[in-house]
Design a protein around this ligand. Structure first.
Ligand SMILES: [Zn+2]
Length: 395
């Protein structure tokens, strides 16, 4: 690992300064810092230095990155998509280790230095996908933090054997328990919540639940999740991913749900989906709800979209919400850096002396312009190592 001196860069809101990196950490920040023997100097030319981007919700076991383009072929229902994905996996001999590694390299090239990924667990897969992503996590452990959520894509009440596999996934190295639409997919909301909370509580891990349910159905699920979080004392360990219902209910019901999130420190993940309502991000932030974001699935059987770029995701959060002021656009970027870091329990996720050196250099007149233009990253440093230059993975 080289010691690095970044010359003439601008931290978020700061004038031009130098940043000295030693042994993977930020050793000094100031003007005219001295280099010295063994220190590689890099001219920043006034670029903005951002903390590492955090993709707090993706599915890196599912991506088809690196494979020939395939036109989208799934039908409209969830079952159509699950069946379509299964048949494509069989046909292509899908290798989750190879595919997840492809996504990690692309994500690093875009400045992402931490990822939370949901990984399919189901009787027809066993732990194949978990083991593949664990292999990728080990291979890239020096340059990126990866958290694994054991994800019951097909449900676990209606797919016997899945709950046992989720316990086995935790024992194999997964970090958290996933869940999915307790009513719409499982049709047994209380039992679904019972099972995922029991596994998480028994193992002392968190929960990150996919909740696509609309309107009052989704609101009911959030109430169940909040009740169980409170009764088990799991405040601060629960994430609700998507929470579409919060984007299309009455103001009174919304405020009630936000109260429950605040009381139980339940975080919300939104990726500003196409075609669905989604939570009012600034309303949540103004009440102090932790919010993170992610790319969700990238170029897989579920959707042809996704570039692994969390600056583009910050753009989409602001664009779809119609937030136009600089301070609101900046808040979208905070969600894609510190918001994700908070959910992943990564302390010290800012460019400050003593913190790990996770730094992204990108050109822009201001932070808001960096988000709207999301140009290629000039330089990406993760855990003190240069991992990408001029938009290309180099590690
Ligand atoms: Zn997802």
């Amino acid at each position: 690992m080289k010691n690095l001196l970044l010359r003439h860069v601008r931290r978020w809101g700061d004038p031009v300064q130098d940043i000295l990196i030693r042994e993977g950490h930020i050793a000094a920040i100031g003007t005219d810092l001295s280099g010295g023997p063994g220190i590689k100097e890099i001219e920043g030319n006034g670029a903005i230095a951002l903390p590492g981007l955090v993709d707090a919700h993706t599915h890196m076991d599912k991506t088809r990155l690196g494979l020939p383009w395939r036109p989208h072929s799934a039908g409209p229902t969830i079952k159509d998509k699950v069946d379509n994905e299964r048949s494509i996996r069989r046909e292509e001999g899908h290798d989750p280790a190879v595919q997840s590694a492809n996504q990690v390299r692309l994500a690093l090239s875009k400045g992402t230095t931490a990822i939370r990924t949901h990984v399919d667990v189901a009787p027809d897969l066993g732990l194949k996908h978990v083991m593949g992503v664990l292999e990728t996590r080990e291979a890239f452990k020096d340059v990126i933090d990866i958290e694994i959520v054991a994800f019951p894509q097909q449900g676990l009440i209606n797919t016997p054997g899945t709950a046992e596999l989720m316990q086995a996934a935790i024992e194999a190295g997964a970090d958290h328990i996933g869940g999915i639409d307790p009513s719409l997919i499982e049709r047994d909301p209380v039992e679904h919540i019972n099972v995922i909370f029991a596994i998480a509580d028994r193992n002392g891990v968190g929960i990150d639940i996919h909740l696509h349910e609309p309107g009052e159905l989704g609101a009911f699920s959030i109430e169940l999740i909040a009740e169980r979080t409170q009764s088990l004392g799991m405040q601060g360990k629960i994430v609700i991913s998507h929470g579409f219902c919060m984007g299309a209910i009455s103001e009174g019901r919304l405020q009630h749900l936000i109260d429950l999130l605040v009381e139980n420190d339940i975080a919300i993940m939104t990726h500003a989906p196409g075609g669905s309502p989604f939570p009012p991000i600034l309303k949540l932030r103004q009440r102090g709800v932790r919010v993170c974001s992610g790319n969700d699935g990238i170029q897989g059987a579920w959707s042809p979209y996704g570039t692994a770029d969390m600056l583009e995701r910050a753009f989409l959060l602001g664009y779809r919400s119609n937030y136009l002021k600089d301070q609101h656009i900046e808040e979208m970027l905070r969600i894609c850096t510190q918001g994700g870091a908070s959910v992943m329990g990564l302390g010290g996720h800012s460019i400050s002396v003593g913190n790990p050196a996770n730094i992204v250099l990108v050109e822009g007149a201001s932070v808001a312009e960096v988000v709207t233009a999301h140009r290629p990253r000039n330089l990406v440093i993760s855990k003190g190592r240069i991992v990408a230059e001029n938009g290309v993975y180099t590690n």
